[in-house]
Design a protein around this ligand. Structure first.
Ligand code: HEC
Length: 203
């Protein structure tokens, strides 16, 4: 299932409604549609959180300090972990040009997904059946694009803040331009867990 840019603004509201109310075709393709809708919405919130933090830093009249600088992308990673724990998912950020090595592609499926976003700038997100480890489930991918406010830390190599230069010696996440693909979010929802959750919400 593919999500294109033009429905981006409607994403969390309409998509969730369609999935929850159950268009028969979609419901059949995605038996765990309630869980999927929740994942889509959670990722929209996560992405807005980062954009909000980055643009606040940009427009804040106070000079950003080392501390405020750290409060943009690190909290996104922490929130992703929290979402994983709360829902039994695996929520990740993945990029070919990663800053934190934990965000490198984790296999052929995520490499392919990144290449797909790279090829098709209109592709906002998609999901597919996948097996991760031994576990069958659904995996949702959502693109992350570079905005002007990201360049303070992901622009030219020399212009990166000191804490980035010091803490990420193998950093690859620089030299981006506005509109470039920065990476993607990935949410793996195991089948069993989804089935259980559906059963619980229906009872
Ligand atoms: C104040 C500096 C700063 C700004 C501004 C910033 N980032 Fe980051 N970004 C970082 C740091 C530091 C990390 C590594 C965090 C970690 O260790 O998990 C990172 C990591 C990431 C990652 C995870 C993949 C990786 O490379 O490890 C993505 C995706 C990302 N940033 C996207 C963005 C986007 C999109 C924006 C603008 C909306 C942005 N960043 C703005 C500092 C920043």
């Amino acid at each position: 299932m593919i999500i294109r840019v033009w429905i981006r603004c409607l994403l969390s509201v309409c998509l969730a409604a369609v999935l929850l109310l159950g268009s028969p075709a979609i419901a059949q393709a995605n038996p765990d549609s309630g869980v999927l809708a929740k994942a889509v919405q959670s990722i929209e919130e996560l992405d807005s959180m980062r954009s909000g933090l980055a643009s606040y830093l940009e427009t804040d009249p106070e000079q950003p300090t080392a501390e405020t600088m750290k409060k943009v992308c690190k909290p996104v990673g922490m929130k992703a972990q929290q979402l994983s724990q709360e829902n039994g998912w695996q929520v990740k950020q993945i990029s070919n040009k990663y800053r934190n090595p934990a965000h490198a592609p984790d296999g052929p499926a995520s490499r392919k997904a990144l290449a797909r976003f790279e090829r098709d700038a209109e592709l906002m997100g998609f999901w597919q059946a996948e097996t991760l480890g031994e576990q069958a489930g659904t995996r949702y991918y959502r693109r992350i694009d570079v905005e002007a406010s990201c360049l303070a830390c992901h622009g030219g190599r020399a212009g990166r803040p000191e804490f980035v230069k010091n803490n990420y010696p193998e950093d690859l996440a620089y030299n981006f331009k506005e509109g470039d693909l920065r990476g993607m979010y990935s949410v793996f929802m195991p089948e069993m867990q989804a089935a259980l959750q559906d059963a619980l919400t229906q009872s």
